[in-house]
Write a protein that binds this ligand. Structure first.
Ligand code: ZN
Length: 248
């Protein structure tokens, strides 16, 4: 409820709960209203009903859907690729095994329908156009059934040229900044990534960390440092694992 007793609409509430994290080339962009960040991301077994299951089998590879454990809570990731940006299977396995630390059965589901590169470009390259706006990439390309049951990860083309390593743009305090990845936290966490090799897996894990409530850290080799480098360790600290768990 707001101060004048008027009920806050869901969108307004989502907006209030929303927080932003991003990896930038030279700027720290993450901030969050931590006390209000209480996403419930775990999908209970009873939520995997027949309709949901049918939807999953018709949109994602069968071996991936079969990884969902109907005897425990699951943490589902709904992966959308722009054509040509697919992750190799080994990378999927590395990320899933890192997420075992959350104690939940984590399943990365790769949407079988790839987004055409030209169709992708119509959304633009500015982070709000990709993740936040009413007609954003996230809004239009995510099935409603997945918005409430999985975290969306969008893999989009990156630009290797310096100084703009990433292709995405975002705005902080009215300032335009270039980033490689950006996450929206809150009740419908989602992230967009434009990481080039060799930092793709680390960048993806970093954004996943944001989706599960992690903020940036100062330690240079930490996976949640705002900048991903060859020194970045591909692991979560015990404290980060505790924080992620408290958000699940
Ligand atoms: Zn970040």
């Amino acid at each position: 409820m707001s101060e004048d007793g008027e009920e806050i609409s869901l969108n307004r509430r989502e907006y209030l709960l929303a927080a932003v994290g991003a990896t930038g080339y030279s700027s720290t962009l993450g901030f969050a209203l931590e006390s209000e960040l209480e996403p419930e991301l775990a999908v209970e077994p009873e939520e995997i009903d027949r309709q949901f299951e049918e939807f999953l089998y018709s949109n994602y590879p069968e071996p991936q859907v079969q990884k969902i454990d109907k005897n425990q809570e699951n943490l589902l990731f709904d992966i959308h690729y722009v054509e040509g940006e697919e992750m190799p299977e080994e990378d999927i396995e590395i990320i899933e095994s890192l997420l075992e630390d959350t104690g939940l059965n984590s399943v990365l589901l790769e949407n079988e329908e790839k987004l055409d590169r030209t169709d992708y470009q119509q959304y633009g390259s500015v982070a709000p156009e990709l993740l936040e706006d009413r007609d954003s990439l996230w809004s239009e390309q995510t099935d409603p059934i997945m918005k409430g049951n999985a975290i969306q990860l969008f893999f989009v083309p990156g630009k290797p040229e310096m100084p703009n390593k990433g292709q995405l743009k975002t705005f902080v305090d009215g300032q335009e900044l270039w980033v490689d990845g950006k996450t929206i936290q809150g009740s419908s966490p989602r992230a967009v990534m434009a990481f080039d090799e060799p930092y793709r897996v680390k960048g993806t894990v970093h954004e996943i960390g944001h989706t599960l409530g992690l903020e940036h850290t100062e330690r240079e080799d930490d996976i949640m440092n705002y900048e991903i480098t060859s020194d970045t360790c591909l692991e979560f600290s015990d404290e980060q694992v505790r924080t992620m768990n408290s958000n699940l």
